[in-house]
Ligand binder design. Structure first.
Ligand code: ACO
Length: 204
């Protein structure tokens, strides 16, 4: 069964705390993660640092993230959430890590699994562009793929990419594309991507 054909048995419920509806994440992609790991939409509380990890810390394997205040994070989260048919950011959380007193989630939070109880170990985004060509076609752009240094090699990167590809397909994209460095080409080829075209950049 392909990811797009599976039933939506997400361990998460749709909620204002989550960036988008978790039912878009195929259940079988949850099932193939290591025990105790879950894949879910980015949550409003994911900027909080627990065990020296958070969504923003996870992104630091990619590039400079900078000093982002809680208010700035919340403002950006709200912007993305208001456009949550365009921005799909996901994280993988290791729930084997015990919760600390720093967690803001409460026992009354209506999740089968409570986001923020564990440790974020991987992240990625698919941004959906709406075009005129291809009969108003939509293209998914994969961005900002990051797996924490101590978690690389466990197929978490592959699961992030498979999840983003499935989301792109489910929301109606006719293709999903990405830019990467030469050294990551073998990884993306293993995920099913092939070389097409050349990336061009202009930095302000
Ligand atoms: N070269 C060759 N093969 C690789 C590489 C590589 N650099 N990285 C992974 N692979 C292979 C693995 O060996 C594995 O192969 P197998 O199925 O034969 O065993 C397969 O690809 C899947 O590997 P994963 O375990 O899923 O890879 P991982 O979880 O380590 O994630 C990633 C790979 C995302 C590149 C991670 O190493 C990382 O976060 N790197 C730093 C940040 C980065 O470069 N991100 C990508 C930027 S590009 C973008 O965002 C669009």
């Amino acid at each position: 069964m392909s990811p797009t054909q599976s039933a939506n048995k997400s361990p998460f419920k749709k909620s204002d705390n989550l960036l988008f509806d978790p039912a878009l994440i195929p259940a079988e992609l949850q099932d193939v993660l290591p025990p105790g790991y879950v894949v879910r939409p980015l949550a409003k509380t994911d900027n909080q640092v627990r065990s020296n990890t958070s969504f923003l810390k996870t992104l630091e394997v990619l590039t400079t993230v900078g000093n982002i205040s809680d208010e700035a994070f919340q403002n950006r989260f709200q912007y993305l959430q208001e456009r949550n048919d365009q921005y799909y950011t996901i994280v993988i959380e290791d729930m084997n890590v015990p919760a600390t007193s720093a967690t803001s989630a409460t026992s009354s939070t209506p999740y089968l699994v409570t986001p923020g109880r564990g440790k974020i170990v991987a992240a990625g985004t698919v941004f959906v562009e709406r075009k005129f060509i291809h009969e108003l076609g939509m293209v998914g752009h994969i961005e900002d793929i990051a797996v924490s240094a101590d978690q690389q090699g466990k197929k978490l990167g592959l699961r992030i990419i498979q999840t983003l590809m499935a989301i792109g397909e489910r929301v109606g994209c006719y293709k999903v594309i990405l830019d990467c460095s030469e050294k990551n080409v073998p990884f993306y080829e293993k995920c099913g991507f092939e070389r097409r075209g050349v990336e061009m950049s202009w930095y302000v």
